[in-house]
Design a protein around this ligand. Sequence first.
Ligand SMILES: [Zn+2]
Length: 266
Amino acid sequence: MSIHLDQRTISPKTGSLGTRFLIYPQVPHLAGYEKPETIWISTPPNEIQAGPADQRMYVVDPLFEKPVYEYPYQPPFVGERFPPAEAGPDGHFDHLDPGSRQFVCAHVFASLRRVLDIWESYLGHDIVWHFAQTYERLEIIPQVNWNNAQSGYGYMEFGTERGNSEDVFPYALNFDVIAHEFGHAIIFAEMGTPNGMASREYFGYHESVSDLIALISLLHFDSVLDRLLQSTQGNLLTMNELNRIAELAGDKQIRTASKPENEHGQ
Ligand SMILES: [Zn+2]
């Protein structure tokens, strides 16, 4: 399989190079990934508003604790909110302080927008949200008080990982988690939603395909490929940042995509 590795995206609609953001290809507490990297999304600077927001998605950061969405509690979020992430004077978003709330907003927006670009380029057409009849755009809640993340009807929202220490790690800074949640939205958009009760196999299918969408999305970072090949010497069966999906604090992760050699009893 050949992989298109160019980090920049030229928008087929505008011919523009798009807008710069900084994101962490893997969680910043993973060795080698402490510094965010520049990525480009296809939306040009003059089409991005504070939030960030564009024609496909927007971020709102609630000021007060917001319960997670659960039917009939649905978007849009209309309460008080923290100040949005704003572009720098050049129209790009790569100036934000990584310690700020606004950085988290820009990070989750750019990660989702980049993954949308990647999968629209594979599919060769626009991904039409499965909720398009109700909502024009995806609402992104970057931080809720919840140890999970979810992709729902018109929204995605991200909680935090609480490790053993006092530290909390926002899932909105975890590219694997973000790309995985986006995976659910792609499956709904391309294959529709189930009629009536879904089977356990259907949920299993959703989770595994979403993991693969996250894994393939991660391969679009040149830096990740370089580090991966260096650290594994090409043996991808060893535990590594590609098959460890959604690394958490310490040496934990949510899932592994391959069965490591040491579990074969060798
Ligand atoms: Zn999932």
